[in-house]
Design a protein around this ligand. Structure first.
Ligand code: HEM
Length: 410
C-alpha cells in the first residue's frame, strides 16, 4: 500500500456533489430525507413490490454462502470452480449439492434476454472499445472510490490488501462483459457474474466480522441492492453519458443494445429485475435518485485512489505520461468534485491540455475532423490509453475470481 499522505486525508468536498457527469442534483444526505420513489414500473420486470433496495440483499445467495463459510467448504469449492470458465461448461463434480443447485439456477439467462441485442452490444463494445475501456476501467474504478460504502467494503475485505490482484480480477470481469462472445456458449460472462455473485454474498457474511469495517459502517450488512445499483450506474450509465458528452456517434439501436448487455449482467449479478432500469431514461432517473446520497469522500477512498493511479501510471510508463497524465486523465473523467474527494493532485499542464485535446482525439477517431487538427499532445494520451488497455486485457488472464474466506488482516 502506497504511503498515505495526511494532506490527502484532509481533502474533502462540501456543498453540492457532482459525481462525474452522474450526480445531477442533491448532496449526499440522510436517506430518510430522500427515500426511494423509483417505480418498478420503470424496470425490466415492469412491476414489483417496490421495496426500498437499501434494505434488500440477495436472499438466495446470502444464506448459502454463510453456510458454506461456516461449514469450511469454501477452499474446496474454490479449487473445484477454478477451471469452471465457459458459459456452456458443465459444473465440476464434487460441489456441495446446495451450491450446485444454486449455480445451475443462477447461470440461466433471464427470459427477457434478447440474443440479437446481445450480439449488437458485442459489436458496439468492439467498435467503441477505447471509450468503454477508459470509462469502465479507470473511470469506474476512480468513481467507486468516491462511493464511501464501496470504498470501505473494498478496503476492509481481503482484496483490499492486494489491490493489484483485485484490479486484475475486476478487469477479468470487465473483459468478459465487453468480449464479442460475452453471452455466447464459448464466452465467460455468465461464469464471471455467477462467481462475483458468490463473492458478494461471502463478503456480506464476512465484513460484519471486521471490527474496522463495523466501526465506520452505518449498516449491518454491506452490498445491498441499492449499493449494487449505484456501482452499476458508474459503469454503463457513466460510460453512456461520457460518450454522449464527447459526441461519439451512437445509433439508438446501439444505445439500446449496450443497455441490454448491462441489464442482463445486472440480473446475472443478482440484482432483482424490479430494480433494473428498462430504458436509458429510467436509468438516468434512478441514477439521479441514488448517486448523490451514496457518494462522498473517505480516507479509505483516498488511499485506494492513490494505489489505483499509481498502478495506472506504472502500466502506462515509460510514455511521457506516468503519474501526472494519469492524475489529469482521472480528473477529466470524473470531474473536479470527485477528484478532490479522492485527493487526486492537480496537474498544471495536463489538467489544461486534456480537456482540449481529448475531444479532438475523439472527433478524429470518429472521422469527423482531419489529422492536422489533432494537437500533438493528444497522441501521448492515445499511447497511454493503448498501453493501459493492453494491460487491462492481459492482466486478468493471470488470475481468477475466487470466494474470499477472510477479511483484510487487521
Ligand atoms: C468483488 C464486480 C458491486 C464490493 C467483486 C468482483 C467483481 C465485482 C468482478 C470479484 C473480484 C474480486 O474478488 O476482487 C462488481 C460489480 C458490481 C459490484 C460489477 C455492481 C454492478 C459492489 C458493491 C460493493 C462491492 C456495491 C460494496 C458496496 C466488493 C467486494 C469484493 C467484490 C468487497 C470482494 C473483494 C475481496 O475478495 O476481498 N466485485 N461489484 N461490489 N466487490 Fe463488487
Amino acid at each position: 500500500m502506497a504511503e498515505f499522505s495526511r494532506r490527502k486525508a484532509l481533502i474533502s468536498g462540501g456543498g453540492l456533489a457532482a459525481l462525474g457527469a452522474l450526480v445531477a442534483a442533491a448532496p449526499a444526505q440522510a436517506r430518510s430525507l430522500v427515500g426511494w420513489s423509483w417505480s418498478p414500473g420503470e424496470s425490466v420486470a415492469g412491476s414489483g413490490a417496490g421495496a426500498d433496495p437499501h434494505w434488500v440483499w440477495d436472499a438466495e445467495a446470502d444464506p448459502l454462502l454463510a453456510s458454506l463459510l461456516e461449514r469450511g467448504a469454501v477452499p474446496k469449492v474454490n479449487e473445484l470452480l477454478w477451471n469452471w470458465e465457459r458459459n456452456d461448461q458443465p459444473l465440476p463434480g464434487g460441489l456441495p449439492a446446495d451450491l450446485r443447485d444454486f449455480i445451475e439456477h443462477a447461470r440461466q439467462l433471464p427470459s427477457w434476454a434478447d440474443r440479437d441485442k446481445l450480439e449488437r452490444a458485442a459489436e458496439f463494445n468492439k467498435s467503441r472499445g477505447i471509450y468503454l475501456n477508459l470509462c469502465n476501467g479507470p473511470g469506474g474504478g476512480i468513481l467507486a472510490t468516491a462511493i464511501p460504502k464501496e470504498a470501505r467494503s473494498v478496503y476492509y475485505s481481503a482484496g483490499g490488501a492486494d489491490m493489484e490482484d483485485r484490479v486484475a480480477k475486476t478487469s477479468l470481469f470487465g473483459f468478459a462483459v465487453g468480449a464479442l462472445n460475452a453471452y455466447r456458449p464459448d464466452g465467460t460472462c455468465i461464469v464471471e457474474c455467477v462467481k462475483t455473485r458468490l463473492v458478494h454474498a461471502a463478503v456480506r457474511h464476512l465484513l460484519p466480522q471486521s471490527p474496522r469495517w463495523k466501526a465506520g459502517a452505518d449498516e449491518d450488512i454491506p452490498i445491498s441492492q441499492e449499493d449494487m445499483l449505484v456501482t452499476w450506474h458508474t459503469l454503463p450509465t457513466f460510460a453512456m453519458r461520457k460518450m454522449r458528452e464527447w459526441e461519439v456517434p451512437i445509433t439508438d439501436a446501439e444505445a439500446e443494445a449496450y443497455l441490454h448487455v448491462w441489464q442482463v449482467t445486472a440480473h446475472m449479478l443478482g440484482i432483482a429485475d424490479e430494480y433494473i432500469p428498462a430504458t436509458w431514461a429510467a436509468a438516468d432517473h434512478q441514477s439521479d435518485q441514488i448517486l448523490a446520497r451514496n457518494t462522498g469522500p473517505t480516507p479509505e477512498g483516498v488511499k485506494l485512489t492513490d494505489v489505483l493511479l499509481g498502478q495506472l501510471a506504472e502500466q502506462t510508463s515509460p510514455a511521457s505520461t506516468s503519474r501526472p497524465l494519469c492524475n489529469a486523465l482521472a480528473r477529466y473523467l470524473v470531474g473536479d468534485r470527485v477528484a478532490d474527494w479522492d485527493g487526486i493532485q492537480r496537474e498544471p499542464v495536463w489538467d489544461r491540455v486534456i480537456p482540449e485535446a481529448w475531444p479532438l482525439l475523439v472527433k478524429f477517431r470518429e472521422g469527423l475532423i482531419p489529422l492536422p487538427m489533432v494537437p500533438e499532445a493528444a497522441w501521448t494520451i492515445d499511447e497511454a490509453l493503448r498501453k493501459y488497455i493492453f494491460f487491462y486485457l492481459t492482466k486478468g488472464q493471470e488470475t481468477k475470481i475466487e470466494i474470499p474466506t477472510h477479511n483484510r488482516p487487521e
